[in-house]
Ligand binder design. Structure first.
Ligand SMILES: [Zn+2]
Length: 192
């Protein structure tokens, strides 16, 4: 996998499925995010480049196996603070090419099919795009949002604490006064 017999900077638009598996073709390259329409529909913009690797082989069960890797940094919206954010999409590819519905149904559940009809061509960009869409998290979110909403909710929290304090102040006045505790600590420290 580390060796790349056919290093290519741009993916061929089409591949002949009758040849690539027999040749055990390996390709590596880049595709502009803007070239992947379906992916762009779920992104904030079409900026970015996809790095991808595809390897075709006939596996030990005589299945037409497509393995590889996709990696891209794309722009999405954080669904918590609604600000733009970068999302890394990184996933491995492991598919079995099938040319009939019957073959597809025969596949074990652990293997994912890639359908390519008898007289059709393989389109590397389609495989890469599909995997990137699958790699997209259901919810895109900053690990920690630094924004106004966050500060607002904190402020609100403080406010509600303050107001509930005054409501119960009649019943519990003097009982749990944090300032009294602080004063006590202070005087203790002064004594020692
Ligand atoms: Zn956020």
């Amino acid at each position: 996998m580390a060796e790349t017999p056919n290093p290519q900077s741009v993916f061929p638009p089409q591949l002949d499925p009758r040849k690539v598996f027999r040749q055990a073709l390996q390709i590596q390259g880049h595709i502009a995010v803007s070239a992947l329409d379906r992916l762009c529909e779920i992104l904030l913009d079409d900026q970015g480049v996809v790095n991808a690797r595809l390897a075709f082989e006939v596996d030990s069960d005589r299945r037409l196996r497509i393995r590889g890797h996709v990696n891209a940094e794309v722009s999405v919206v954080c669904q918590r603070c609604m600000q733009p954010m970068k999302q890394i999409l990184d996933d491995s590819i492991d598919l079995v090419m099938v040319s009939t519905e019957a073959r597809m149904k025969q596949l074990p559940a652990t293997l994912d099919p890639w359908f390519c009809g008898e007289d059709e061509v393989l389109v590397p960009a389609d495989i890469i795009e599909e995997q990137l869409i699958l790699a997209m998290p259901i919810v895109t979110m900053h690990q920690s949002c630094i924004d106004i909403d966050d500060l607002n909710s904190k402020a609100k929290e403080l406010h509600t604490k303050g107001s509930s304090g005054t409501e119960s102040s009649e019943a519990g006045s003097g009982k749990h006064n944090p300032f009294a505790v602080l004063a006590g600590l202070k005087s203790d420290r002064n004594k020692s």
